[in-house]
Ligand binder design. Structure first.
Ligand SMILES: [Zn+2]
Length: 435
């Protein structure tokens, strides 16, 4: 996210703030931060490496007494149906299955770490997998009615990125734009979400680093046309589309150039989930001018407008029933986090966006109710601080959603409660620029 400069304060108000010592003494948010200083080393040591993740999932499957099935459904550099990128090293993409793609059951698909530097979703997913695989009466009642598929860490390359000999997770995948490899004319411009020089915001927001491995924002590579495959398209038409900035932009679906997006979409098409959840990280906000509680999490049930495919002319929009269920899922989640006036319940809606190239956007336009979960802070600004509490803001809502789908009570939730969740406001500047 970009840094947003502070709103200009009228002179009279600025003066009164200077004169009022209590205003200066108040923290900008409660809790304030946690923030990491520029020169402070951030610690990621408690987070799972790719190797740890593989071991943990294997162990959980073995101890689940058949409840959980673990599958490798693709790799970061190739799909199981033969699509290959230029990258040699390929990390597996795991699918954890509780139940089958049974049309008589409710179905929930959860993905995490589509952005490699957003670890907590995966850590929370592991806790959820542990709980579901260990069973018990309540879990059995859920799994009797609901199939739950989880893909933890769908960007393993960004997650495993190294820089100067150190583990340095990044947002982007690893893959070069090589138009000739997909039979496009040499010199065809890359999709707009390509990061050619492999550079990102540095840890602690201390400027930018160039780690030098090109890649894509996987979360712009999806397309409402789930069957869009560049190799099957008219190459001249695609080249023309990419070479114009009036079409090569975020108003359109992505190009499915990453093996990761193709793999996740394959799982989506097989499973046809009623509910799709994608877990991210974001920045810092307070609830409002009057309420300075630090927002632990933002939710969204809508991230894409109605869409017309520029190549086929096909139209996509979110069905009314699907939208209603999405609002109910998000509303129940927000309700599940209320604890008196605790900052735990200081929920906001994610800002309005129209992003048909995101997994959530593309899947919502294909009949899945969605929930975007955006956890406070990035690994660059937060490290492991507050990890326990922030994981709860993912686990508690999802568990309530499972229960609500299992006993049908999700359908009694008033969708207006979603509309009433406070909008995203009062963004706090990045730690390096805070007062
Ligand atoms: Zn993200």
């Amino acid at each position: 996210m970009k840094k947003i400069s502070k709103v200009v304060i009228p002179t009279a108000m600025a003066l009164s703030m200077v004169l009022s010592s209590t205003a200066l003494a108040n923290p900008q948010s409660n809790p304030n931060g946690p923030y990491i200083e520029n020169e402070q080393n951030i610690s990621l040591s408690s987070y799972l490496s790719n190797e740890d993740l593989a071991k943990t999932l294997t162990k959980l499957e073995a101890s689940s007494k058949g409840k959980m099935k673990l599958e490798v459904v693709g790799y970061s550099n190739h799909t199981l149906d033969g699509y290959k990128t230029d990258v040699d090293k390929g990390d597996p993409l795991y699918l954890v299955k509780f139940g089958d793609a049974d049309p008589n059951k409710k179905r929930v698909l959860i993905t995490t770490q589509i952005h490699g530097n957003e670890q907590l979703g995966t850590e929370a997913a592991i806790d959820i997998i542990q709980k579901l695989s260990s069973g018990g009466k309540e879990v059995d009642e859920i799994l009797d009615k609901v199939s739950i598929w989880i893909m933890p860490r769908i960007n393993p390359e960004g997650s495993d990125n190294q820089y100067e000999g150190k583990w340095y997770p990044t947002r982007y995948t690893h893959q070069a734009w090589l138009p000739e490899n997909i039979d496009l004319p040499a010199g065809t411009l890359a999709p707009w979400y390509y990061n050619a020089d492999g550079s990102e915001r540095a840890q602690n927001n201390n400027g930018r680093i160039v780690y030098g491995i090109p890649g894509y924002d996987q979360n712009r590579d999806y397309n409402p046309n789930l069957d869009f495959r560049v190799e099957n398209e008219d190459k001249e038409e695609i080249a023309k589309f990419l070479n114009s900035r009036t079409t090569n932009n975020s108003n359109y679906g992505g190009f499915y150039v990453t093996a990761e997006a193709r793999t996740v979409t394959g799982v989506f098409k097989e499973f046809k989930p009623d509910v799709f959840v994608d877990v991210h990280h974001r920045g810092f906000n307070t609830v409002s001018d009057e309420d300075n509680r630090s927002v632990p999490v933002q939710f969204a049930a809508v991230v894409a407008d109605p869409y017309t495919d520029p190549f086929t002319g096909d139209k996509y929009e979110v069905d009314e029933d699907v939208l209603k269920l999405g609002k109910q899922v998000n509303a129940l989640s927000a309700q599940a986090l209320q604890r008196g006036n605790s900052h735990f319940g200081a929920i906001q809606k994610y800002p309005d966006v129209n992003l048909p190239g995101t997994a959530l956007g593309a899947f919502a336009l294909n009949d899945s109710a969605i929930m975007l979960i955006e956890i406070k802070g990035q690994s660059q600004t937060l490290g492991q601080k507050q990890a326990g509490m922030l994981k709860e803001t993912v686990k508690v809502p999802l568990y309530e959603v499972f229960k609500g789908l299992a006993d049908g009570s999700i359908h009694d939730v008033d969708p207006a409660l979603y509309d009433a969740i406070p909008e995203s406001t009062n963004r706090i500047s990045d730690p390096t620029t805070r007062d």
